[in-house]
Design a binder for this molecule. Structure first.
Ligand SMILES: [Zn+2]
Length: 331
């Protein structure tokens, strides 16, 4: 029973695209045993963490399960959606979250990132402790033990390099596929809403309600000027913008965030900024890294300029070909 495994070693070094598509086909088919939404949410969490791996393609469970716990909190508590294929039972992760909710009397309206830091850590720790036992082995087994190594004791995963490259190249379509199948599953075992309605919820469960905490960190680095057009901006009209669009990265890393004016932020929307800005973000990030307190942050620890260049390249490859530039630039 692969889902009870504590350690799994990778059986293949090289996987063709066809083999990997085959694995995804199997996971999303009725042949794979999906009594809960675990596999879908694990794939979503892996996609969110693609750029949080180190140079050996290792990813810590603390990053992986921070996404996993956040997605589940928003599905279970915020949207009140059942995660198991039985109406009279609850998935383990649901029980954990509902217990925390009742212990601290947290209203359903609160999304994960609105909870206090301490509470987020408590939830992530509890979810990680329980879920890692079934979740890591299940996806590993469904993919014939080829896409990653995992170690539940050291709490680390290492991705197969061909699988990693596949995820980068097809990130956007994989995201669509996973969200769609997750919504299909939820539709069957929840009374509220059809797939379209659920898909909208699923697509947004990863999104933060506010990027204020990043503004606090970045505010001393932008000289009161918009990153893109250079216009002076007042504090209360400053927007935190995802340099590589959120709709592609689906996560918030300090090294991918800049401060922009409203006009630039809105007109850029989910377009990719012109390549001239890539060097400027890289320079800005070099500056961030010089500060020890920022260097210690989990997102900055795995940052390299090549990672950002890759991300830029792959967002273009994934169809973000509509390149944006501000109309007027003050230099
Ligand atoms: Zn601007």
């Amino acid at each position: 029973m692969s889902h009870k495994l504590q350690v799994g070693e990778m059986r293949a070094a090289y996987l063709t695209d066809k083999e990997i598509w085959g694995h995804f086909n199997y996971i999303f088919s009725s042949k794979s045993k999906n009594s809960t939404t675990y596999k879908f949410v694990l794939i979503k969490s892996l996609l969110e963490n693609l750029y949080n791996v180190n140079d050996k393609l290792e990813l810590s469970y603390s990053s992986l399960f921070a996404s996993f716990a956040k997605i589940y909190w928003n599905l279970v508590i915020h949207h009140n959606l059942n995660q198991i294929n039985m109406t009279d039972k609850k998935a383990e992760v649901q029980n954990i979250l509902l217990d925390v909710q009742s212990k601290y009397q947290i209203p359903n309206t609160l999304v994960f990132d609105k909870l206090s830091y301490e509470l987020q850590v408590e939830i992530i720790t509890k979810v990680k402790r329980k879920c890692k036992i079934n979740v890591m082995g299940a996806l590993y087994g469904d993919t014939s033990c080829t896409i990653y190594d995992f170690d539940n004791r050291n709490e680390q995963i290492r991705l197969n390099s061909t699988f990693y490259s596949f995820m980068q190249r097809y990130q956007k379509v994989l995201n669509y596929l996973t969200n769609y199948h997750l919504a299909l599953f939820l539709e069957k075992f929840n009374e509220q809403g059809d797939t379209t309605h659920l898909l909208l919820k699923v697509e947004n469960v990863s999104k933060r309600s506010s990027l204020d905490q990043f503004y606090q960190v970045l505010s001393s680095f932008y000289n009161g000027k918009c990153f893109y057009c250079g216009k002076a901006i007042k504090k209360d009209t400053a927007h935190v913008d995802h340099f590589i669009p959120w709709s592609f990265v689906q996560s918030d890393q300090l090294w991918n965030l800049v401060i922009a004016c409203i006009v630039c932020n809105l007109s850029k929307s989910d377009k990719l900024a012109s390549k001239i800005f890539l060097d400027t973000v890289i320079e800005r990030n070099e500056l961030l890294i010089t500060l020890p307190e920022l260097r210690r942050r989990e997102d900055m620890q795995v940052y390299t300029s090549n990672k950002l260049k890759d991300l830029y390249h792959y967002s273009f490859e994934n169809g973000f070909t509509d390149i944006w530039k501000p109309k007027k630039m003050i230099m």
